[in-house]
Design a protein around this ligand. Structure first.
Ligand code: F6P
Length: 542
């Protein structure tokens, strides 16, 4: 019995298949199997997933399922859902799925009924959101809240802003949400410059409540507020917190009555369905938020209980492993044909890359193969006029997910049909391309004929749902969470820690005094940094 999954016969068999695969073309796979489009499709909740335009055969899929079995994927799924401490480097359970359990479910972890805790906080969030939405919650001067400013970064920002944008059509339009994340002062400046402090509510979101960017922005937001409202008592009406750290929230000066908690078993990048989503709940209302949670839960249940061969997130995660580790793809494009999902790729970058950007296995051994891909993307059709050229005719293997909806939120003339014809045309062009014979038959000038050949064979997965709603949105996010988990299991890495971001934070704290004080030594770092510090100081007049 081998020690690592990558030493197994199942792994080797996939390496063998990958070597043979350069000779396989999607044209031939479709040509030899007229039913491929129907056979290679699956449904999870309301999402229809067509994976027929992927570079796989029955033989590859069988080998991938065998690999999943060797990696004990089913057992690892059970371990996650039951609250085992699978985040071994932080000795924590990984239970974002518990955030979506229905009220009557039960899950006792480390002696605590987490479902009761989750619903207690959801209830408090709902009551608060309703008060803000109705105008019952007023600011210090008695005026209703018109703008909610979420201050947070990473998981405390990307999920909420992405969801707010995605579900804007379901939001109460007389309350606007804005999101401040960057410690670049221009972010706070631009998001507050035209606001009235009397009608502004800040939600300070930080799991740890120690994050430099968030606490600095929060401190400056308080100064901005008090410059106009001039009474410290105003803070209680204009600042609420979302955190796992009540002590630090109190230290900051926010009344813990106005704090919404969550737990250390919720990773930052998985925290949107927790109290971290408070701004989204205020925007779309508690009922829509619960519908979103039910959407997540439907996919959770599928992932938890469906055999791997029919398990859609597991299948898509295995396809990603196939491309990344066995076929050498470096990146993965996510291309939503939905303008409301314009922040989806940015959100996925943290979910996937902070989770699976690892080079050490759970037992501390280095990995000997490629892990996490670079995720990127823009909504169609904008991407078509920007970077699709490289996917179509460049030299790189870039698997791509196309996400679309049959019924638009707003039907204007023929626009949606045109939009979706692009969606369908692109995956066809990517898969089948255009041969030299076809180009010549079209009467193309011989001088440019080879330039107009499209090699095709570019893999895509199509995800189609009827509409973008809170439910389908929750399903989509849960789908990607579990795809990410599947990849981590095969690679035997911990998808739930993020030690790699620590060093930069420590170094920034060490460098800060050197930038602000001319008296601080500017010659004890490396030669590059020393020169840059001196130049910076001089340009700042220090
Ligand atoms: O970037 C590191 C990180 O720890 C993320 O994982 C997290 O989402 C983000 O910082 C913000 O952390 P917090 O919510 O504790 O402020």
């Amino acid at each position: 019995m081998s020690e690592h999954v990558s030493d197994s016969a199942e792994w080797q068999s996939l390496q063998g298949l990958a070597e043979k695969f350069s000779a396989v073309h999607l044209r031939d796979l479709f040509g030899s199997d007229p039913q491929r489009g129907e056979r290679y499709a699956a449904e999870v909740a309301d999402l229809y997933v067509d994976y027929s335009k992927n570079l796989v055969t029955d033989e590859v899929l069988t080998a991938l399922f065998a690999l999943a079995q060797r990696a004990k994927l089913s057992e690892k799924i059970t371990a996650m859902f039951s609250g085992e401490h699978i985040n071994v480097t932080e000795d924590r359970a990984v239970l974002h799925t518990a955030l979506r359990l229905p009220r009557d479910a039960s899950l006792v972890v480390d002696g605590q009924d987490v479902v009761a805790d989750v619903h207690e906080v959801l209830g408090r969030m709902g009551a608060f959101a309703d008060k803000v939405r109705s105008g019952e919650w007023t600011g210090h001067t008695g005026q209703r809240i018109k703008t909610v400013v979420n201050i947070g970064i990473g998981g405390s920002d990307l999920g909420p802003v992405m969801a707010y944008e995605a579900l804007k059509d379901f939001s109460q339009r007389d309350i606007e949400c804005r999101f401040v994340s960057n410690i670049d002062p221009t972010d706070l400046y631009e998001k507050t410059r035209d606001l009235d402090p009397a009608t502004t509510l800040f939600i300070i979101v930080s799991k740890t409540f120690t994050t430099q960017e968030t606490l600095t922005n929060a401190k400056e937001a308080r100064s901005w507020l008090l410059k106009t409202l001039t009474d410290d008592a105003a803070v209680a009406k204009h600042f609420v917190a979302v955190s796992t750290n009540a002590e630090k929230v109190a230290d900051f000066g926010i009344n813990t009555d106005n704090m919404f908690g969550f737990w250390d078993w919720v990773g930052g990048r998985y925290s949107l369905p927790s109290a971290v989503g408070l701004s989204v709940m205020i925007a779309i209302g508690p009922d829509n938020f619960r519908t979103m949670l039910a959407g997540y839960h439907a996919v959770d249940e599928h992932f938890r209980s469906t055999p791997i061969e029919r398990n859609v997130p597991a299948l898509l995660g295995l396809l990603n492993v196939w491309y990344d580790t066995f076929l050498g793809a470096q990146s993965h494009a996510v291309l939503p044909y939905a303008q409301y999902l314009h922040r989806f790729a940015a959100y996925l970058q943290q979910l996937t890359m902070e989770s699976n950007g690892k080079s050490v296995r759970l037992n501390g051994d280095p990995v000997t193969f490629q892990t996490g891909e670079v995720f990127w993307g823009e909504p169609g059709t904008n991407g078509q006029h920007a970077f699709y050229q490289l996917i179509h005719q460049g030299t790189k293997l870039i698997p791509a997910d196309f996400i679309g909806f049959s019924v638009p939120n707003h039907d204007i003339g023929e626009m949606h049909d045109l939009f979706m014809s692009n969606f369908l045309a692109q995956t066809g062009a990517l898969a089948f391309g255009r041969t030299l014979e076809q180009v010549q038959a079209a009467g193309t000038d011989a001088k440019v004929a080879t330039h107009r050949v499209m090699q095709g064979n570019h893999p895509t997965t199509t995800i189609l749902a009827e509409r973008l709603t809170p439910a389908t949105f929750g399903q989509l996010v849960a789908l990607y969470e579990h795809i990410t988990f599947t990849q981590g299991v095969i690679w035997e890495i911990n998808s739930f820690d993020q030690w790699g971001v620590e060093l930069g934070k420590v170094m920034a704290n060490q460098l800060a005094p050197k930038l602000t004080s001319a008296a601080a030594p500017a010659d004890d770092a490396d030669s590059s940094t020393n020169v840059l510090i001196k130049r910076y100081r001089s340009q700042r007049g220090r």
